[in-house]
Design a protein around this ligand. Sequence first.
Ligand code: PLP
Length: 400
Amino acid sequence: MTVARRLESFGTSIFADITARAVAADAVNLGQGMPDADGPDWIKDAAARAMREHPNQYVPMPGVPALRQAIADRFAATGGGWAPDPETEVTVTSGCTEALAATMLGLLNPGDEVVVFEPFYDAYVADLAMAGAAPRYVPLRMGEDGAFAFNADELEAAVTPETRAILVNTPHNPTGKVFSRDELSAIAELCQRHDLIAISDEVYDCHVYEGEHTRLASLPGMDARTITLGSFGKMFSMTGWKIGWAVAPPELTKAVRSAHQFTTFCVAAPLQHAAAEALRTDEAYYADLRARFRHQRDVLAAGLRGLGFRFADPAGGYFIVADHTPVSEPRGFADDVSFCHHLIEEAGVATIPPSSFYHDSNEGRKLLRFAFCVSEGTIERALRRLRAWSNESVPDEPEA
Ligand SMILES: Cc1ncc(COP(=O)(O)O)c(C=O)c1O
């Protein structure tokens, strides 16, 4: 009795491991991307009301009609490029996590290949393994300016006759990169030239601090071949609700639903009714969310720079990925995992070692990921601890 071969290499997720270490050391947790300021009370009230006023029974497999309509409307109003038909083009899932799994399981055949940018969100590769498909990696590399970019030749070379899809995540976890319109146009051109499906994970579409979010589906020729994935939990800082969705043309939606119907079938009914109300909130909510997260990013960025970490301010998302070597190497650390463990135990601050987001862990060993989705108070507390640790752990000057 053991784990199935297709999953045994994945072990325990890095988030569970780091959170357990953080709890044991009573560390301030800048590891897992979990907001510590809860979502709005009016949404919780809407869920309580829905629980009393609607039957607490199965709802339609693709989602409650009011929520599917709200998702379609918001997609169209935020640069989707077309107005999806909620009947045939919107599916509500148990978080974007399930949308990803349903997409891969419903769409891919064993032996298919999918282009994945790395560092990657860890579920991507496990989902591909469950579907019997294989990743083809394209690295996002940190440049001299600290920003991440891919090389167009490497992207082109990753496509083979077996390639069926490309997985894009913008804004990107963990780097905070917001793919530019030019970069997405190059990806769109590649998709059309090789007849690929685009899976576009846009869970951080409300968390853009510089420039603007472009939906891959909105680019010419992409509406017919793109599955856009979203997450209510990210939009409203209610990650525990696990409501997500897939927006895609009818044929691709059929594939997503073919797996969704046999995994979860339908998502918690009262939460779907409340999410439908939430998605109808006005733009002021999203502007406030962006302003708050941008401020948290700026506080963390200033503090980390003061300590010597090297990075470009992330244009979106929940995280700063920094080159830790200016801080770690003088103190004798060579890789992200050992330095991360040291900071948990000696500084009392938890981060995530990004080497687990690369297929070749060497690629990530100079990096650390810090979350800024937590409150300013939590970030300040972490920075105070890091400064105290830094002052105490300055290496001795070499003897003359
Ligand atoms: C890039 C990315 N995709 C998908 C998810 C999963 O979203 P959800 O919490 O809605 O399942 C996350 C969560 O951290 C994420 O960062």
